[in-house]
Design a binder for this molecule. Structure first.
Ligand code: ATP
Length: 209
């Protein structure tokens, strides 16, 4: 399975890049969407969260109050670790299952949109190439505050809980600079689609030699 990891920081612009891959017919597995699924009401992780964090992290509908839970875990590393232990194994299993489904239906390679690819580390062993989407720290903060209508201190806390963008970019094979217009970002992503289409061919040839 040829898997390309798409990473970056919170609000650094991964969605734009993911959209370019989708437009090119390349499946994108969205780890954030999967992370939401595994804590839906009734799941094992949801039961554990309810039991340990209490009703205060639930909405009247029974779904998690993500803002509330976010405030708790971003202010407390032990609670963040606990939550990760309850959810990560199921998230990883579901990601691999989704990836397998795409390969079995004839896709050459897939993109895995995983913001915390380097932080969690586990999925790295399955990834062949990594793309990091970056922007300046000021832009990241401003875009996050605007998109999530989030207070500055909270946004700063969210960003600080992640590996610095610069460090992620150093570890990546390809870096997409999202400091300019979105069209500029899309052009860079399109160039990488071309390069990866060729990389996949080389990888496949190596497999058969
Ligand atoms: P997350 O992982 O947090 O979901 P992301 O990396 O997918 O975020 P986006 O949602 O693509 O980031 O971008 C964050 C916000 O910044 C969005 O509101 C988006 O419209 C805005 N944004 C992204 N890129 C640019 C850009 N080049 N110029 C202006 N605004 C941008």
């Amino acid at each position: 399975m040829f898997i390309v990891g798409l990473t970056g920081g919170i609000a650094s612009g991964k969605s734009t890049v993911a959209a370019v891959f989708r437009e090119n017919g390349i499946p994108v597995v969205d780890a954030d969407a999967i992370a939401r699924e595994v804590v839906e009401p009734g799941t094992n992780a949801w039961k554990k969260i309810k039991e340990v964090f209490g009703e205060e992290v639930l909405l009247p509908t029974g779904y998690l109050n993500r803002e509330k839970l976010g405030e708790i875990i971003f202010a407390d590393a032990t609670k963040r670790r606990m939550l990760n232990e309850w959810t990560h194994p199921e998230i990883h299993r579901t990601i691999m299952f989704e990836a397998l489904k795409h390969f079995l239906t004839g896709n050459n390679y897939i993109v895995l949109d995983l913001p915390l690819l380097f932080e969690s580390g586990v999925m790295l062993q399955y990834i062949h190439k990594v793309i990091c989407v970056t922007c300046t720290p000021e832009q990241q903060l401003e875009r996050l505050m605007k998109r999530n209508t989030m207070a500055k201190t909270l946004a700063q806390q969210r960003i600080a809980a992640q590996m610095p963008l610069e460090e992620k970019c150093e570890k990546a094979h390809y870096v997409i600079d999202n400091t300019n217009e979105l069209e500029e970002t899309r052009k860079q992503a399109q160039r990488i689609v071309g390069i990866l289409n060729e990389s996949w061919e080389h990888w496949r040839i190596r497999l058969y030699i």
